[in-house]
Structure formats: structure tokens, C-alpha cells
Design a protein around this ligand. Structure first.
Ligand SMILES: Nc1ncnc2c1ncn2[C@@H]1O[C@H](COP(=O)(O)OP(=O)(O)OP(=O)(O)O)[C@@H](O)[C@H]1O
Ligand SMILES: [Mg+2]
Length: 453
């Protein structure tokens, strides 16, 4: 049975509603102001709160904001006297679900409650559905519903246990590191270490000692023996990120280590046996690097035994919308924001944007939008300029390859007119001045382009 907490400073009204709602199948508690209501929320755990707005001690509005601040999501219905409609509206803005005006017939309260219940069950259903969708589309830390990624997940499961070297390619931010981690976690090495090193981020002189370690006195700064990352990754996985940046001198040494499964610390005179699974990633086209003489062909073949290419986000738009919802939910938990969702328009913008920075860019864009958003729903205005610009008809026109000057000029002209009218809030005289068009010409073009004002 649903639980209702009735909050009002008028005793008669409390008793009346209690009797009435009990008769209609609710479990009811009452409180005479916001403060005592808050205390009851903890112990009674109501599904719904029906509260007056104006009360001595804590009023309905304060009650609402306090509940929200505490992260309590109980549905609130406010009651307000005829003169206090403004307060009721304010309460709705602050997150109340509905309001009934005093004096009311009992049925009105019942109706509001039933409506809220219906919404509640819809929400629950939605949540369950979303969880189901998630369960079906999750692989380790990766989400995807597209065929290409599914194929990658299958490959990972198939090859995880082999010591085969894997080369993961794809644009920046597509999830290469997540693939490498999944490969490790699905393997029989999962209890062993996963050691990642970014070959592009460490200066050449340090990288060798970083990877292979050194003996004390091997060079000026080598004050003690040091284990390299290869040794640290023993019985686990060594992830060589941005392997395309590895200097040629180290490529030789790496190749030898891979072939012999032994490494030698700098300054040492004996080898150390290692058991490491190597995965490597690059955003470069390694084949082309080989042709250009920047990457050793023999190492390339040694690494590229198993190739996993992660496609860019714009080639798997079905994932974009899944990831949008995932990031919103995750950020709410992580940042303490209370964004309920995203408007269809904003979602469309995000799905159509080409995402040169792929999933990482999407992740950052959503986080920023959530932090800056005014409302409970992300709308187009919450998205950064570049996402809007990508929709720019001029760019789309130019990208289409169309060569007709006339057609392209029309696109530009229409956009400028829309922009001017937007800036002047539809004032045609002012817009005409900005556009340096005669008033008459502008009226004609508005009609021609079918611009609604
Ligand atoms: N399928 C996915 N599901 C959920 N999160 C993802 C997915 N793909 C990538 N991410 C997230 O996007 C971000 C970038 O992923 P990752 O670091 O694996 O990309 P990368 O290809 O290694 O990027 P770079 O080339 O810049 O190193 C990470 O925060 C990661 O958690
Ligand atoms: Mg990476």
C-alpha cells in the first residue's frame, strides 16, 4: 500500500485527509509543519507527501528544497489557498509534482495522488528497462549496442587467454585503453598486474630505463637497482600505449625482448626471464609509419599478430545515445547533479555531431553541460558552441561538394537572414538594416525562404 505523509498546520484538515485517504487504501501519517515532516520522512518513508505551503516553522517550499538537498526523491504535492497561487507555482518550479487549490474537494487530492502513482510506476518501469538495456550492452567497462563493437567483444573473449600480442588501433578517445583492460581482465592473467605506459609521454632517454629497469651505477642518476615496467608486469599485461611514438633505438630492444621473452636491465650483464602479455595501441597508421621508415617492419609484424580496430564514434551512432544516458546517470552519482534527462533536440544535436574526439569528447561535453545546466533536463542551449556550429547549414552545404554558386549563395543568404531576424527578435526594419538589404527585398526573401516569424 502506498504511503502518504500529510503536512498541514490546520488540525481539521489533517484529520479529514487522513480518514479519507485511509479509506482509499493509503497508509497515512500526518505532521503539522515542515520540520516534524522531515523527521517523519526518515522513519515513515512516504511515497508521497501532500503539503501545505504556508506553515509556521518550516513551510512547504523549504521542505521541498531540504528534501532535494538530502537527495530524497519523494513525490511532493502542494496545497495552497486561493491567494497563494504564486507560492504553489514556485513550489512546482522547485520540483513539486502537482498542486491542489484550497479549498478542495477530497477527490481532487485523490486524483493528484493517483496521477503521481501512475507516473511513479512508469518511472520504475523505465528504470528497470534501462537497466536491462545496460546489462545487454555492457562488456567490462565498455558500453555498446552496435555490431562492430560486439564483434570486438567477441574477439576479446576468444583470444584473451592466449599470449598473442594485440595491436589496438583507432582515433583518439575511442576507447583503446578500455579494450586493452578488457583483454587483460577477461584473460587468465586477470589476477596479475596490468601495467600501462604511454610511450609518447616519456622522453627517450628515460623511457629505456622505465621499460627495462637499470642496475645501480648504470648511469649518473642510477643510485640503486630499479625494476622496469616489463618486470613489474610479470605474469600480467604490459600495455604499450602510443607505440607509434617509440623511438627507433628502443624498437630494436623491444623486438628482441618480445622474441626472447627476456629482458636485460640497463648496465646489467645477464637477462631476466619474463612472462608478460603485450598489448599495444596507437592512433597512427603503423603500416604507413613503416613505409615512411619511422617504424620497424619486423616489430610491426611482431606486434600486429592480432589487430583490433576500434571504429570512431561517428560510425556507430547507435552507441552515442546509449553513452549519453550512461554518462548522465554516472555523473549524477559522481558529481551530485540532478539531471533527469536530455531534450530530444539536444540529443539530436549530439547524435549528429561528428565527434572528432570520440567518446572522451562526448564524456567531457556531457559533464560540462550537466554542471552548467539551469534546468533538470539538458537542452540545446546547454551544449557548447562547436556542437551547434557543426549543424551550421553553410558547413553542411560546403561539405556536400556542391559547386553551384547560386545554390550555395542561397544557403548562406537564408542563414544570414535567419540570424539577423533572431538578433532583432523578428524586427524586419532593424534586420534589413543589419543585412544591408532594402526592407522590400527582405520581405520578399522571407517569403521565398519560407521563414516563419
Ligand atoms: N564504449 C565505451 N563505454 C563507456 N565509456 C567509454 C567507452 N569508450 C570509451 N569510453 C571512455 O572514454 C574515455 C576515453 O577512452 P580511452 O582512454 O580508452 O580511449 P583511447 O582510445 O585510449 O584514447 P587516446 O587515444 O586519447 O589515448 C575514457 O574515459 C573511457 O572510459
Ligand atoms: Mg589511450
Amino acid at each position: 500500500m502506498p504511503r502518504v505523509l500529510v503536512v498541514d498546520d490546520e488540525e481539521n484538515l489533517r484529520l479529514l485527509l487522513r480518514t479519507y485517504l485511509k479509506r482509499h487504501g493509503y497508509v497515512v501519517e500526518v505532521a503539522d509543519n515542515g520540520e516534524s515532516a522531515l523527521a517523519l520522512v526518515e522513519t515513515f518513508g512516504p511515497d508521497f507527501i501532500v503539503t501545505d505551503v504556508r506553515m509556521p516553522r518550516m513551510g512547504g517550499l523549504d521542505l521541498l528544497t531540504t528534501l532535494k538537498a538530502k537527495g530524497i526523491e519523494t513525490t511532493v504535492i502542494v496545497m495552497s489557498a486561493y491567494g497563494n497561487v504564486d507560492l504553489a507555482i514556485e513550489a512546482m518550479k522547485a520540483g513539486a509534482y502537482d498542486y491542489v487549490q484550497k479549498p478542495f474537494k477530497n477527490e481532487e487530492v485523490l486524483l493528484a495522488l493517483r496521477k503521481a502513482e501512475e507516473r511513479e510506476s512508469l518511472r520504475r518501469e523505465n528504470r528497470a528497462l534501462r537497466q536491462e538495456v545496460l546489462r545487454d550492452n555492457v562488456f567490462e567497462d565498455m558500453l555498446s549496442r552496435g555490431a562492430a563493437m560486439r564483434e570486438i567483444f567477441r574477439t576479446i573473449d576468444k583470444v584473451a587467454d592466449y599470449k598473442t600480442t594485440a595491436l589496438i588501433t583507432g582515433e583518439s578517445g575511442v576507447g583503446k585503453e578500455l579494450v586493452a583492460r578488457a583483454l587483460h581482465r577477461r584473460s587468465n592473467r586477470r589476477e596479475g598486474p596490468f601495467v600501462a605506459v604511454n610511450c609518447g609521454a616519456i622522453p627517450e632517454t628515460l623511457l629505456e630505463s622505465e621499460l627495462f629497469g637499470h642496475k645501480q651505477g648504470a648511469f649518473t642518476d642510477a643510485t640503486a637497482d630499479r625494476k622496469g615496467l616489463f618486470e613489474q608486469a610479470d605474469r600480467g599485461t604490459l600495455f604499450l600505449d602510443e607505440i607509434g611514438e617509440l623511438p627507433l633505438s628502443l624498437q630494436v630492444k623491444l623486438l628482441r625482448s618480445l622474441q626472447d621473452e627476456r629482458i636485460r636491465r640497463i648496465g646489467d650483464n645477464k637477462d631476466i626471464q619474463i612472462d608478460v602479455r603485450i598489448t599495444a595501441a596507437t592512433h597512427r597508421d603503423l603500416g604507413a609509419e613503416v613505409k615512411a621508415g619511422r617504424f620497424r617492419e619486423d616489430l610491426y609484424y611482431r606486434i600486429n599478430v592480432l589487430h583490433i580496430h576500434v571504429p570512431p564514434l561517428r560510425e556507430r551512432r547507435e552507441d552515442t545515445t546509449l553513452l549519453i544516458d550512461h554518462f548522465i546517470t554516472r555523473n549524477n552519482a559522481r558529481l551530485g547533479t540532478a539531471i533527469r534527462g536530455i531534450s530530444p533536440g539536444a540529443r539530436r544535436l549530439l547524435v549528429e555531431y561528428p565527434w572528432p574526439g570520440n567518446v572522451r569528447e562526448l564524456e567531457n561535453t556531457i559533464e560540462r553541460a550537466m554542471v552548467l545546466a539551469d534546468g533538470e533536463t539538458l537542452v540545446e542551449a546547454d551544449l557548447p558552441e562547436r556542437i551547434h556550429q557543426a549543424r551550421d547549414p553553410i558547413r553542411l552545404q560546403l561539405a556536400s561538394g556542391e559547386l553551384s554558386v547560386k545554390k550555395t549563395t542561397r544557403v548562406i543568404e537564408e542563414m544570414l537572414i535567419r540570424r539577423a531576424l533572431g538578433q532583432t527578435r523578428g524586427n524586419r526594419t532593424k534586420a534589413a538594416a543589419l543585412l544591408e538589404l532594402s526592407h522590400r527585398a527582405l520581405l520578399y526573401k522571407i517569403k521565398d525562404y519560407q521563414i516563419d516569424l
